[in-house]
Design a protein around this ligand. Structure first.
Ligand code: MTE
Ligand code: MO
Length: 211
């Protein structure tokens, strides 16, 4: 992976310092230390892979009985769901009430059949990004593999063709340009988790750094 040290250092400093507090009274929908933005910002490592749909594949690998490799048609054949979700970024913006549509990760994981002892996943992006989650967090309600945002195909800047949307955690857990879901026995910290970000990332608990 290229050296993102300066970018990463700047982002770590920003999150440590915190953003200016919103001038208005706290809103019940905003976790502590967050302020509201009206438009979803674009944030990533700066590599924005362009994946034509005919080349796009999604793998479900690792500790599974039946490894999967889906193409775009396979994905589109899956049952679909909508999700309206509030997004909270560790850099302290929140974007409320976005409409996503796509496939629940359960649909794919049920087919792949995680083996006994499977506890965690690594999500891999086409840009080389990784992030980790407990398997059960991926299988919970209110999670989506999204290929549309606000009724349109998910823009490349926001992780199209397909990204994870997991609103219950800070947004760095929601891998863009999803390439693979890898299942493990045990936890393997991802890109930001190995750089001081909190492993669990619950915005309501302000799990920004540490552990
Ligand atoms: N593949 C990939 N996914 C990623 C990232 C990344 O750099 N690469 N950045 C994460 C971070 S830190 C954030 S805040 C969100 C931003 O998503 P957005 O650009 O759609 O707002 O994507 C997350 N998912
Ligand atoms: Mo982020």
């Amino acid at each position: 992976m290229p050296d993102f040290k300066r970018f990463v250092d700047a982002k770590v400093r920003l999150a440590r310092r915190g953003a200016p507090r919103a001038a208005s009274a706290p809103e019940p929908d905003l976790p502590p230390g967050q302020h509201r933005v009206e438009r979803l910002p674009v944030l990533d490592l700066g590599i924005r892979p362009r994946i034509p749909l005919q080349d796009w594949r999604l793998e479900v690998t690792g500790l599974v009985a039946r490894p999967l490799e889906l193409d775009w048609d396979d994905l589109q054949a899956c049952p679909r769901q909508e999700l309206r979700a509030d997004i909270h970024c560790v850099t302290r913006w929140s974007c409320l009430g976005l409409a996503w549509e796509g496939v629940h990760p359960r649909e794919l994981l049920a087919r792949a059949a995680p083996g006994p002892g499977a506890t965690h996943v690594t999500l891999h992006g086409y840009d080389g990004y990784t992030t980790n989650l407990p398997l059960e967090a991926l299988l919970a309600d209110g999670v989506l593999l999204a290929d549309t945002l606000e009724g349109r195909p998910l823009p490349r800047d926001h992780g199209g063709p397909l990204r994870l949307v997991l609103p219950e955690r800070y947004f760095w857990k929601s891998a863009k340009w999803l390439r693979a879901i890898e299942i493990h026995a045990g936890d393997r910290p991802g890109f930001w988790e190995t750089r001081g970000y909190h492993n669990d990332a619950d915005p309501w608990e302000e799990e920004r750094f540490g552990r």
